[in-house]
Design a protein around this ligand. Structure first.
Ligand code: GTP
Ligand code: MG
Length: 219
């Protein structure tokens, strides 16, 4: 009798969906808002979080989940800024999964309502299409990356509820047309607010901190 091969596929995507739903339920039960920071390696995500720790002090309880392929360097920086933090190491994974976020959320030492930031693995593509139960994806784009990135990597900028344009203190030293990146962002996503920020000088940070406090839970 010939052997019949039965192929079995694991439904990874719906597994991810289930974990994202579980994360959302946990977040709702604890009164936490999850904010997913996504941008290229070195775009300034950790520097932004370090500054936000100060800008949001006395306004909201905050915590950070760091996701990197390797090292706890960013978690150490966030701990230095005075926020509770945990680090997810993704190894060869190009973004953090909802399952790992759910686990990190379960272990967060926070009582009462809070903003929980995820600093995703530095990558403009993979994290953009992954649901981790967040209330908002926030795109972090630095002025040193070029004006055309929203056009070349539209998935993230379409999905983002806000865009943070970082390192604006460097503008006088660059051949960079601010109006071009703003037009590119508008072309890809006409609705999303754009915050121009320097983590070095703190310029633009208060308006972004105010906006963060308006983000509600996901529907
Ligand atoms: N001039 C200037 N430099 C900045 C600013 N924000 C970040 N940097 C510098 O940019 C480099 C990268 O910043 P990080 O905060 O580590 O960037 P990141 O996005 O967290 O990097 P990964 O976690 O590795 O993806 C560091 O040398 C920062 O000092 C800024 O607003 N202005
Ligand atoms: Mg970082």
């Amino acid at each position: 009798m010939p052997t019949e091969i039965i192929r079995v596929y694991r439904d990874v995507l719906s597994d991810d969906r289930r974990w994202a739903q579980a994360a959302r339920a946990l977040l709702q039960a604890r009164g936490w808002i999850l904010l997913n920071l996504i941008g290229s390696p070195g775009s300034g995500k950790t520097a932004l979080l370090e500054k936000l720790a100060g800008a949001l002090r006395d306004r909201a309880a905050c915590a950070v989940i760091e996701a990197d392929c390797a090292t706890t360097r960013d978690a150490e920086r966030i701990r230095g800024a005075g926020l509770p933090v945990s680090q997810i190491l993704t190894g060869d994974g190009c973004h953090v999964t909802a399952a790992a976020v759910h686990q990190a959320l379960s272990d967060l030492p926070l009582a009462g309502p809070a903003l929980v930031f995820v600093e995703n693995v530095g990558n403009l593509v993979c994290p953009a299409s992954c649901d981790i139960g967040e209330a908002a994806k926030i795109a972090v784009l630095s002025v040193t990356e070029g004006e055309d990135k929203p056009l070349k990597y539209p998935i993230l900028f379409r999905a983002a509820r806000a865009v943070v344009l970082t390192k604006t203190d460097l503008l006088p030293h660059l051949r960079y047309r601010l109006e071009d990146v703003l037009a590119a962002l508008r072309q890809v996503n006409g609705a999303t607010p754009i915050f121009q920020i320097s983590a070095k000088t703190g310029a633009g940070l208060p308006a972004f901190a105010d906006w963060l406090l308006t983000v509600g839970p996901p529907e």
